[in-house]
Structure formats: structure tokens, C-alpha cells
Design a protein around this ligand. Structure first.
Ligand SMILES: C[S@@+](CC[C@H](N)C(=O)[O-])C[C@H]1O[C@@H](n2cnc3c(N)ncnc32)[C@H](O)[C@@H]1O
Length: 355
């Protein structure tokens, strides 16, 4: 296995592994997408694309709603955006993301100009053949849709980008949990969604499995188990290493789900919206991606929320400790030995503004 630390480009800002100014953030995200195949019946697809396809299939445009304005919240490198455009080629899509690095790659993939010349250099330097082929194919497919899509850079927690009752629908693939970073953030997001949606319009969204108890479903339907990628020997060894370096409270549970389906449904109801379950999607998950995308976020969460010390730890110090713990784990055969096939569960929901 190649050294997973060489991919650790995230600056762990807000615990968001996708944050970052440079296009390398987007490139890392797509490297996983390009190198992993999901098999659905006889059809091969990449995992985020297949998940986005399943999600977009959950919302059909309502004939009673006029207009074609749709949004893709947390569009990342444009994977969900392309799926929305392919299934609905007449839509005009506003795709929004807070990470300049993710958005630059999305712009490249949709033949849009972007400012940073250094990014072009990074793109030319991509050696990974699977990723190169993936990017070429994506660009070929997106060519006929690029006029239907506009990208916007911005933090959806703090800004309103879209005018009142202008959206005929929206999607958000693996995004809504990011709105729950601050107390009341989720309600704020859903209130803003209520403002943006036309009456009768729906947001189809999927979210991180660790954010909802039992993935938001009954535990008999989707039991948590050792196949879930979070249940990984690497994580437990990493937490042991972290505990040697930071004094976190013994009973702190870094990935205790903060919500259930009912709590989320109640929050959306407070915003005047109706939320329903829309099914589950799963795909394979890779240990290297887990280490580089998730472990730093979990560690930061522990360091900021679960520490016994009252003084906040500077970011550079956090990053140094996280790197040290990762280094200790990658040379520990017990931490690296859990090579079972792991799965990401992707629960999906619809949230509708009643007409
Ligand atoms: C898992 S990625 C999903 C990307 C995309 N939907 C896809 O289909 O691959 C989550 C995205 O949400 C974005 N995000 C997180 N917090 C955000 C915020 N406050 N405002 C806007 N975007 C945000 C991240 O930058 C990241 O690109």
C-alpha cells in the first residue's frame, strides 16, 4: 500500500475534510471516485456517481410546479450536479460549495473558466491513469450540459444565494450534516430552504451514516455492524494514540450520532417542511480514504469538544498531533490489519414544502 499520509492535504478547517484553497482537495476527492467501482446489477459505476443517481431518482419534477430552476447544495466536484443534469437536461442548476478547491475541479470538469493558473499546473501533473481517464470521460459527458450549470462559491451556513420561492427542486448529496456544525444551524438551513423552494417543491438529500442513529432507519432493517467502515481497527488504534497525547474525557464518544430520523423530521417540521425516508444506498469504502478524509475530522472533534483541558489547542498543534498518531498507526500491523470489505451506508430522505 502506498503511504496514505502523502494524500493528507486537508487543512481540517471546521473538521471539513473537503475545505481547502487549492484544487488538490478536489483531485483527492475524485481520486477515490475514479479508483472505485460500484456494481449495480450489470452496470459499473463510480460510488458517488451511483449514489447521486439513486438520489436524483428520488425526486421527480412536479408537473404542477412551473420553472426549471434547481439547486445542488454542497456540489463538491460536480458529481451530483452532472447526475442531475443528465437525468433532467432542461434544468438550470445552481451548484454551490464552500470549498474553492472542490469548486475549481468542478469548473474544470464542466468546461468553465477558473482563475488560478497554478491549478492548471496541478491538473497537468495528474499522473494517476484511472483519474485521468475518469476526468476525460466526465468532461466528455458534461459538454452538452455546461450551459445549464452555474457554480457559486459560498458557505451555506451564512449566506443566502438564491431568491425567495425560486427553486422548483434541489438535491444535496452527502451535505446536510455540514449544516449541523453550530447549535441551531440545521433549523436555520431548513428555514432558508423553505424560503427558497416553491410550494410543492422537494429537496432530495442523503447524509453521513454516523450522523443519524441507526442511519435514520430501524436497527432491524440496517443493523450496525463490523462491515460499516467506521467500525475499523485503524480508528481504535488511532484513538489510543490520540489518548496518549491529548487528555480527552474517557467517556467521550466521537461518533455518537447527534440525531435520529425523528429529531431531524421535527426540525424540518419547525421550518414548515415535511421529511420522509427515501431509502438506503451503499458502496464499498476504502481504508486509505477513511484515514485521510475521516480520521482527521474525528480527531479534531475530540480535540475541540472532548478534551478535558479548558484552553483551546492551536490548529498547527492539532495537525501535528494528528499526523503523529497517523504515523504511529500506519507502521502498526494491528491497526493496518483490518482489511475486511467495508461499506459506507448512505441514507436518503426527501424534504418537501407543502403546497
Ligand atoms: C461529501 S462532499 C459531496 C460533494 C458532492 N455533492 C458529490 O456529489 O460528490 C460534501 C461537500 O459539502 C461542502 N460543504 C461543507 N460545508 C459547507 C458549507 N457550509 N457550505 C457549502 N458547502 C459546504 C464541502 O466543501 C464538500 O464539497
Amino acid at each position: 500500500m502506498t503511504n496514505p499520509l502523502s494524500h493528507l492535504t486537508s487543512d481540517i478547517r471546521d473538521g471539513n475534510p473537503y475545505a481547502g484553497e487549492t484544487i488538490s482537495r478536489g483531485i483527492e476527492y475524485d481520486r477515490f471516485e475514479a479508483s472505485t467501482h460500484y456494481i449495480n446489477g450489470s452496470v459499473f459505476s463510480h460510488p458517488y456517481r451511483a449514489g447521486s443517481r439513486a438520489l436524483v431518482q428520488r425526486v421527480q419534477p412536479m408537473p404542477v410546479i412551473s420553472g426549471k430552476e434547481w439547486a445542488d447544495f454542497g456540489c463538491g466536484t460536480g458529481i451530483s450536479t452532472l447526475e442531475l443534469a443528465v437525468q433532467h437536461p432542461t434544468f438550470m442548476i445552481t451548484a454551490i460549495d464552500a470549498s474553492p478547491g472542490m469548486l475549481e475541479l468542478a469548473q474544470h470538469k464542466f468546461h468553465k473558466p477558473f482563475a488560478e493558473s497554478s491549478s492548471l499546473g496541478e491538473l497537468r501533473n495528474v499522473k494517476d491513469t484511472a483519474l485521468k481517464k475518469y476526468l476525460q470521460e466526465f468532461r466528455k459527458e458534461s459538454e452538452s450540459y455546461h450551459v445549464n450549470v452555474r457554480f457559486m462559491l459560498g458557505d451555506l451556513r451564512n449566506h443566502s444565494f438564491i431568491s425567495d420561492e425560486s427553486l422548483s427542486g434541489a438535491v444535496a448529496y452527502q451535505f446536510v450534516h455540514w449544516m449541523d456544525k453550530e447549535e441551531g444551524g440545521l433549523l436555520k438551513f431548513f428555514k432558508d430552504l423553505h424560503r427558497m423552494l416553491k410550494p410543492g417543491a422537494t429537496l432530495a438529500w442523503s447524509t453521513a451514516a454516523h450522523w443519524l442513529g441507526n442511519y435514520g432507519y430501524d436497527k432491524d432493517v440496517y443493523p450496525r455492524g463490523e462491515r460499516w467502515f467506521h467500525d475499523n481497527a485503524f480508528k481504535y488504534h488511532f484513538l489510543d494514540e490520540l489518548a496518549k497525547r491529548v487528555p480527552f474525557t474517557a467517556n467521550y464518544q466521537p461518533i455518537k450520532p447527534p440525531h435520529t430520523f425523528n429529531s431531524v423530521r421535527d426540525i424540518t417540521a419547525q421550518a414548515g417542511l415535511v421529511t420522509e425516508k427515501a431509502g438506503m444506498f451503499y458502496h464499498d469504502y476504502d481504508l486509505g480514504v477513511f484515514m485521510t478524509n475521516h480520521i482527521p475530522g474525528i480527531a479534531r472533534d475530540i480535540i475541540t469538544k472532548g478534551m478535558t483541558a479548558d484552553k483551546p489547542m492551536p490548529e498547527e498543534e492539532q495537525q501535528r498531533i494528528i499526523n503523529e498518531c497517523l504515523q504511529a498507526c500506519v507502521v502498526n500491523p494491528k491497526a493496518m490489519g483490518d482489511t475486511q470489505r467495508k461499506i459506507q451506508f448512505v441514507p436518503m430522505f426527501t424534504t418537501t414544502k407543502q403546497s
